[in-house]
Design a binder for this molecule. Sequence first.
Ligand code: DOR
Ligand code: ZN
Length: 346
Amino acid sequence: MTDKITLRTPDDWHLHLRDGAMLRAVAPETARHFARAIIMPNLVPPVVTGAQAVAYRSRIMAALPKDTPFQPLMTLYLTEDTDPDDLARAHAEGLITAVKLYPAGATTNSSSGVADFDKVRPVLERMAEIGCPLCVHGEVVDADIDIFDREAVFIDRVLDPIRRATPGLRVVMEHITTKQGVDYASQGGADLAATITTHHLVINRNHILAGGIKPHYYCLPVAKREEHRLALRKAATSGAASFFLGTDSAPHTDANKLLPCGCAGCFTATNTLSILAEVFEQDGALDQLEAFASINGPAFYGMPPNQGTVTLTKGAPVSYPAQIETDDGPVTVFDPMMPLHWRVHD
Ligand code: DOR
Ligand code: ZN
């Protein structure tokens, strides 16, 4: 029986760090185990220019110990007014790694996102030319589309037309939650990939809604039926190059989660690696964890995998805090509803 694994240091290809007190509390949770992370730009106001991305990066580094090897990979928030020249300059200067597309109204702080996809066509064409990846929150927002169908409908109505109209555009389907997402990403060739979160490998919609409502399992895209969770597990544990880890760790204070209209997001930065090891072991795929967490992501983004390693050992259940404290109030750590036996050695 395997009781020790060593992986290249993993990266998180989709992460929310926020700002201010929240940033100071959550950034070390990711920097402890991850070498790099793609940082989401949905601050208030959003990160829309290269200069704002540089300033945000400095605030992130200031929240970490001076000698941290952690590298935040910055993104711009795509709006209908994004200037293709500013974007291209920021990309050429290495200030940003990718651009994030939020359909307006799809999720937390997405009101400045895109409502009319034709308006961003020139920006997308420029991104295809310069090889800047587009990270996509793939859900339609139409009131008449059931929330459990929004990802599948987005693929048909928005994503596929955009990809056909913009050959060469490199796209990451962020936090896929459906077997339609898995199928589309599998067939998309080298310019398409998908991230999968830790929590979507663990929960289905019953965990949110059956036996009482569980706000800490509410995130967007919302977890779907069990058959979809199983499709995500199969994709993640397959080792296939199209799939890699993007935790979408999205901290909100408990005060903001436990409201009549609570915020979407699961905070998984603290225990993600232990959960992933448990999940991959359950599926007999510990040997694919490195591909998912450390190899496929950098390969898609054209970066070398990390040189360092992390080691996990299996033993008595590991303890982790139920909440982390921030100066804005406590943030609940994702509860995977199972003991975690894999301890991460820093
Ligand atoms: O659950 C989510 N939380 N999904 C998102 O797309 C945004 C995120 C957040 O920023 O809180
Ligand atoms: Zn996110």
